[in-house]
Write a protein that binds this ligand. Structure first.
Ligand SMILES: Cc1ncc(COP(=O)(O)O)c(/C=N/[C@@H](Cc2ccccc2)C(=O)O)c1O
Length: 457
């Protein structure tokens, strides 16, 4: 029996730079302690996001060279359209430049002021595009998702009683859709089970409410169903994906994750009336129906990426690396969201730094400490990301205060993971010395975490 290894070898590399702690002290202070303000060469190992940061394959680069840049009727569009229909079963598809653009177009059709949009934990741009339209996102995730010590296999699941309460409380025309985010980013890259998708769709149909899948990490969700759900071990990833989407009326997708491309997104659906209305917004916000903010070469690369991402060997390599890092941290006693998710390790900052007051942005404090310690850039998925309550403008303290270490696809080796683990374990051994955090100096009205300015308390 030979050990497992990646199903690819490397043909191109780019240099990355170590730096000194002194350099990093200066850089992060000038960056207002906001890791988004760092230049890429000031970051040694960049785990800010798995969005758009992965490595394309030689077949994808070949598809770039044969991209069709026709304004209308591009053959690259039809390559993508056919791939989407083959994988997800939707007849209608619109390309957009990335995920939040798909949300902007679809929600322009479906979301009105005063609407209620239930689902599992909505991610920040999805929630932003709902609240921007003066509608309300209602988080119906199961309670287990908010306890990082519980080892529930599908923490992305929707609590059917919480969902039914919403469907009972509000009139049907006030609930434009239910959004199921696969995997659920906010709760830790946690999957939704096929049974839960089936149950949600059955409940939604009983109330006549459409179901939309936010599909950024759909392939990783399929992998967890194959690994953890009874009856799917012998199914291919593509078969599991096809069944998943039989429980959805439509989808939005940031293709920068499981599409394994650097830019791109799409929305797809069964309903022609939605498509006809969405095309108006797509032309207004994104471009013509057959390119939607993407170049032909990017659509071509995405059609290939979706095919590669739905292969078990690729997913085994990708998720094994996330679990390689996660298990090293678990062995050292570092508190992380359990079970380990698909695209990132979510460090439980509240349990890591119990001395830092909640209102001093605990996870941001840990993120900055890790950057100083090892030149590793993670991201806060906690109070900063949660934004303020739109009515009271008070901080909304979320159930989880995470430092997310998101691993780009096919990009780093496990040696880099060893550096990340060593940096975090060093901090863990001197965690009692970290007692104070940050306060906000300036912030945007929504999605503040991208541009916030902080200063040390
Ligand atoms: C489940 C889900 N739905 C839609 C979108 C929007 O898609 P898009 O407009 O970004 O293409 C996203 C984007 N997720 C990025 C955002 C981010 C966060 C921190 C740092 C950098 C980037 C991430 O999780 O990393 C998502 O996760």
């Amino acid at each position: 029996e030979l050990p497992f290894a990646e199903n690819y070898r490397i043909k191109m590399v780019e240099p990355i730079y170590r730096s000194t702690r002194e350099e990093r002290e200066n850089w992060i202070r000038k960056a207002d302690y906001n890791l988004f303000n760092l230049r890429s060469e000031q970051v040694y190992i960049d785990l800010l996001t798995d969005s758009g940061t992965g490595a394309m394959s030689d077949r994808q680069w070949a598809a770039v060279m044969t991209g069709d840049e026709s304004y209308a009727g591009s053959s690259s569009f039809f390559n993508l359209k056919d791939r989407v229909e083959q994988l997800f079963g939707f007849e209608y598809m619109l390309p957009v430049h990335q995920g939040r653009a798909a949300e902007n177009v679809l929600f322009s059709v479906l979301v009105k002021e005063g609407n209620i949009v239930p689902g599992n934990s909505h991610f920040d741009t999805t929630k932003g595009h709902i609240e921007f339209r003066k509608a309300k996102a209602v988080d119906c995730t199961i309670d287990e998702a908010f306890d990082t010590t519980i080892d529930h296999p599908f923490k992305g699941n929707i609590d059917l009683e919480k969902l039914q309460l919403v469907l009972e409380t509000y009139p049907k025309d006030q609930i434009p859709m239910i959004i199921v985010t696969v995997t659920c980013n906010t709760s830790g890259g946690q999957p939704v089970s096929m049974q839960n998708m089936r149950d949600v769709k059955q409940l939604a149909d009983a109330y006549g409410i459409p179901v939309i899948f936010d599909s950024a990490r759909f392939a990783e969700n399929a992998w967890f169903i194959k690994q953890r759900e009874e009856g799917y071990a012998d199914k291919t990833i593509k078969e599991i994906v096809r069944e998943m989407y039989s429980y959805a009326d439509g989808m939005t997708m940031s293709s920068k994750k499981d599409g394994i491309v650097n830019i791109g997104g799409l929305l797809a659906m069964h309903r022609k009336d939605w498509f006809d209305q969405a095309t108006v917004y797509n032309i207004m916000y994104e471009g013509f129906l057959t390119y939607g903010g993407m170049a032909g070469r990017d659509m071509n690369a995405l059609a290939v990426g979706l095919d590669e991402a739905t292969e078990a060997e690729y997913l085994e390599a990708r998720i094994s690396q996330v679990h390689y890092l996660g298990n090293k941290l678990i062995e050292a006693g570092v508190p992380v969201q359990r079970p380990l998710g698909g695209h990132a390790v979510f460090v439980d900052a509240r349990r890591f730094l119990p001395a830092v007051p909640q209102e001093e942005y605990i996870a941001q404090t840990l993120a900055v400490e890790l950057y100083l310690e090892a030149g590793v850039r993670g991201v806060e998925v906690g109070t900063l990301l949660a934004d303020r309550d739109p009515e009271t403008h008070e901080n909304r303290y979320p159930g989880n205060e995470f430092l997310r270490l998101a691993i780009p696809r096919r990009t780093y080796t496990n040696n880099h993971m060893d550096v990340v683990a060593a940096g975090l374990i060093n901090l863990f051994e001197r965690r009692d010395t970290i007692r104070r955090g940050f306060k906000i100096e300036h912030e945007a009205p929504i999605m503040r975490h991208f541009t916030v300015g902080l200063k040390k308390v």
